[in-house]
Design a protein around this ligand. Structure first.
Ligand code: UT7
Length: 336
C-alpha cells in the first residue's frame, strides 16, 4: 500500500493514541417523541433506523460533554492534560458565540500549555478537525493534539418540527493525535465543500446575517431547518466520492477495510453508501439506532465504541466518511 503522508520524508506519521466519548444520561425514545409531535415509532425506525437518542440535562453544555470525552481519550492515551499542545473542538453548537468552546475545555481539563480553537464544518467537523490537527503533528509543530467533536443538538432543535426533531441527539467524542514512529496511523484525509447548497441545512438566525431579535426568536430563526430529501441524496453521493477518493489515494480496495465508520445520520444512508462502495454490512459500524445524528460528535463516538468494543484492532484499516451542512464532506483512512 502506498502511504501518501509519509512518502514525504519531512513529515512525521500521525497516530491516534487514545479515543474517548461521552453521551448524556437522559434517553429520549421514539415513544417519547410520539407525545411531542405527530409521528410514530414505526415511521422513525423504518425511515431512519433511530430508536432513541441522548439529550443533555438542563445546564449541561457542549463544553461539559467535550471535556468528559476528552478526559477519557487522554486517559486511554496515557497523556496528562498539561502535556497537550493544542485542542481543536469541532462543533456547530458552541456554548456561546465566543469565547471558543475549545478554550472552555482547555480550562476544564487543566491543559495549561495548550492553544485552543473551534472549527465548524457541521457533521463533517470531526474529520475536518482530525485533518487540521494531524498536520500540526506531521509538520513537527506540536507533539500532542486533542481533537474533539461535540454537540448539544437539542439546543437548536424545534421540538415542534417532526421533520428534524426525531433525527438528532447530543454527545461528544475525542481523539489524541501523536507521532508514534513504529505505528502507521493516519494514511490520508480528503475534505470537500459546496457552499452553493448551504440552504439545504442551516440555522439561519443568531449570526451577523440575522442577529437575535425578539422577532427572529419568535419566527424560529434559531432552529435547525433541513430539506431532508435533497440532503439525503447529496449525503450519499458525497460520501461515496469521499470514500473512493481516500481509498484511491492509498491504493486500497474496499474489501481491505476492516471497519467503515460513516457519519451516523440515517441507517438508510449508511446502507446506500455501503452498497455503492461494494462493502458488506459487517464492514460498516452503526450506532445510529441508539444516538441518532450527533453531528460533529457522530464518527468520534462511533470510533470510540468500535475501538472499545473490539471491532477495531491494532493493524486494522479503518475508513471514516462524513457529510454535513455547508455542504461539507470528508474521509480519512487510518491504519490502527
Ligand atoms: O447530518 C447531516 C446529514 N443529514 C442527513 O443526511 C439527513 C438526510 N435526510 C434524511 O435522513 C431523510 O430525508 C429524512 C429521514 C429526514 C426524511 O425521510 P424521507 O424518506 O426522505 O421522508 P420525506 O421527507 O420524503 O417525508 C415523507 C413523508 C412526508 O409526508 P407527505 O408530505 O408525504 O405527506 C413528511 O411530512 O413523511 C412525513 N414525515 C414524517 N412522518 C412521521 C416527515 N417526518 C416525519 C416524522 N414522522 N417524524
Amino acid at each position: 500500500m502506498t502511504h501518501p503522508r509519509t512518502s514525504r520524508p519531512h513529515l512525521r506519521t500521525v497516530s491516534i493514541t487514545g479515543v474517548g466519548s461521552h453521551v448524556p444520561e437522559r434517553v429520549l425514545t421514539n415513544a417519547d417523541l410520539e407525545k411531542l409531535v405527530e409521528t410514530s415509532d414505526e415511521w422513525i425506525t423504518s425511515r431512519t433506523g433511530i430508536r432513541e437518542r441522548r439529550i443533555a440535562a438542563e445546564g449541561e453544555t457542549t463544553a461539559d460533554m467535550a471535556a468528559k470525552a476528552a478526559a477519557r481519550a487522554l486517559a486511554n492515551a496515557g497523556v496528562k492534560p498539561e502535556d497537550l499542545d493544542l485542542i481543536i473542538v469541532a462543533t456547530i453548537t458552541p456554548d456561546m458565540p465566543f469565547p471558543s468552546t475549545a478554550c472552555l475545555v482547555q480550562h476544564r481539563l487543566g491543559a495549561v500549555r495548550a492553544a485552543a480553537f473551534d472549527i465548524e464544518a457541521a457533521c463533517s467537523g470531526f474529520v475536518y478537525a482530525l485533518d487540521i490537527g494531524s498536520h500540526f503533528v506531521a509538520s513537527h509543530t506540536y507533539n500532542t493534539v486533542l481533537v474533539i467533536g461535540a454537540e448539544k443538538m437539542s439546543s437548536v432543535i424545534d421540538w415542534k418540527d417532526r421533520n428534524t426533531c426525531v433525527l438528532f441527539g447530543d454527545g461528544a467524542g475525542a481523539a489524541v493525535l501523536q507521532n508514534r514512529p513504529a505505528a502507521h496511523g493516519l494514511l490520508t484525509t480528503c475534505l470537500g465543500s459546496d457552499g452553493g447548497k448551504a440552504g439545504l441545512l442551516e440555522v439561519r438566525g443568531g449570526g451577523s446575517a440575522c442577529p437575535a431579535t425578539a422577532k427572529s426568536v419568535a419566527d424560529g430563526m434559531h432552529y435547525l431547518r433541513m430539506d431532508g430529501k435533497e440532503t439525503f441524496k447529496n449525503a450519499v453521493n458525497a460520501m461515496v466520492t469521499a470514500a473512493t477518493d481516500a481509498l484511491d489515494r492509498c491504493g486500497l480496495k474496499i474489501e481491505q477495510i476492516r471497519c467503515i465508520i460513516p457519519h451516523q445520520a440515517n441507517q438508510r444512508i449508511l446502507a446506500a453508501v455501503a452498497e455503492r462502495l461494494g462493502a458488506g454490512p459487517d464492514q460498516v459500524f452503526s450506532n445510529v439506532e441508539r444516538y441518532g445524528n450527533t453531528s460533529a460528535a457522530s464518527v468520534a463516538i462511533a470510533l470510540d465504541e468500535a475501538v472499545q468494543g473490539g471491532r477495531i484492532r491494532r493493524g486494522d484499516l479503518v475508513l471514516l466518511v462524513v457529510f454535513g451542512a455547508g455542504l461539507t464532506w470528508g474521509s480519512a483512512v487510518i491504519e490502527w
